[in-house]
Design a protein around this ligand. Sequence first.
Ligand SMILES: Cc1cc2nc3c(=O)[nH]c(=O)nc-3n(C[C@H](O)[C@H](O)[C@H](O)COP(=O)(O)OP(=O)(O)OC[C@H]3O[C@@H](n4cnc5c(N)ncnc54)[C@H](O)[C@@H]3O)c2cc1C
Length: 372
Amino acid sequence: MMQPMSGSAVERARTFTREIVQPSIDAWEASATYPRDAVRDSGLTGLFVAPADGGLGLSFPQAVDVFEELGRGDAALAFSISMHNAVTTAIAGVGGDALRERWVEPLVSGKELGGFYLTEPHAGSDATAITTRGTRSGDAWTVSGTKAWVTLGGVASALLVVAKTEEEPGHRDVALFVIDADQPGVRFGEPYRKAAADFLPITNLELENATAHLLVPPGQGMGAALGAIDVARFDIAAISNGLHAEALDVAVRYTSERTVFGKPVIAHQGIAWALADVATDLEAARGLTRKAAELLGKDGGPVAVAHAKRFGPDAALRATIQCSETLGAYGWLHDYPLARFMALAKMLQVVDGSAEIQRIVIARDLMRPPSA
Ligand SMILES: Cc1cc2nc3c(=O)[nH]c(=O)nc-3n(C[C@H](O)[C@H](O)[C@H](O)COP(=O)(O)OP(=O)(O)OC[C@H]3O[C@@H](n4cnc5c(N)ncnc54)[C@H](O)[C@@H]3O)c2cc1C
């Protein structure tokens, strides 16, 4: 076991990215292995949990640079760390004594990992269409149903599952449950075949009368899930900025060193202006992300987060395409991260709510009658 990382959260994220992720990502990809021990030792598994519970107690503005640093390494790995932190924060924040006793220390220390599972094979953007069902018997609950897009399927042990508790359609009865993966009623499917991030297992999850512990009671589950998703969207915006910044750095370095027609590639005005536009987009995305961090949990938070989550990944995808172009044929090689980043930027557009869903949140706000 490596020495767990110390220093501020940003220093840990920077060291983790530069000394662990960047040198190892190709090997993790080739072996399709999730870097379980490296994540445990990153010191980034209790970011928002109070220091009294062993966490770092970060505010959202303090977390911006942490996730930006992680995005410079690998956005899919950063997403899995974001998801783990969402689960850890929820259990530490609103879990009852038994849940806290079982999970807080192992999750904060990274000895065990958590996952958040809302999506079902037939229900993605429309979360109200989920059918996974929690059933009560006295004080005990069991959950049955099928979840899709289960990130860390087979790796995470604390499964935070969103489920209905009544037969009627709609979301008024939705509750949040914590399910221990280590029981007979829990089965993970085969890992999906994806465009990138072979090291990150994403599977289906079959729950059959799985023993479950209530985290958020019926009626409050959908609101709590959407609150957690807002934090996740903010994380994604910051991760996206890190990917964008790293792509730009790679392009500037390469085009400053390679000469074409007697001068560095970047000294050709067409290239310099293209990279200038990439830099402007990055500054705009960072501004939106910082505003989202300030407003999260307050009035205007969901809309500010939607702006940042919509703009950041779109801008990052444009940036990876443009930056790769400035490397000519070399942009397409795995010697540089740009081809991988293109696939990851596409993922960031969808994960935790697609760009269209962010536009719906923004447009609804535009249509809201002005308050008196
Ligand atoms: C890498 C990755 C990891 C993920 N991990 C998890 C996880 O761990 N847990 C989890 O719960 N989920 C996870 N997801 C699922 C993710 O949250 C969903 O994919 C996402 O919410 C979109 O759902 P969908 O893919 O089913 O698209 P659909 O909802 O089927 O939408 C299809 C298309 O229609 C668009 N659309 C939908 N509704 C509207 C509308 N009203 N107006 C206009 N356009 C619309 C969408 O934007 C999309 O382009 C993951 C996804 C990815 C890519």
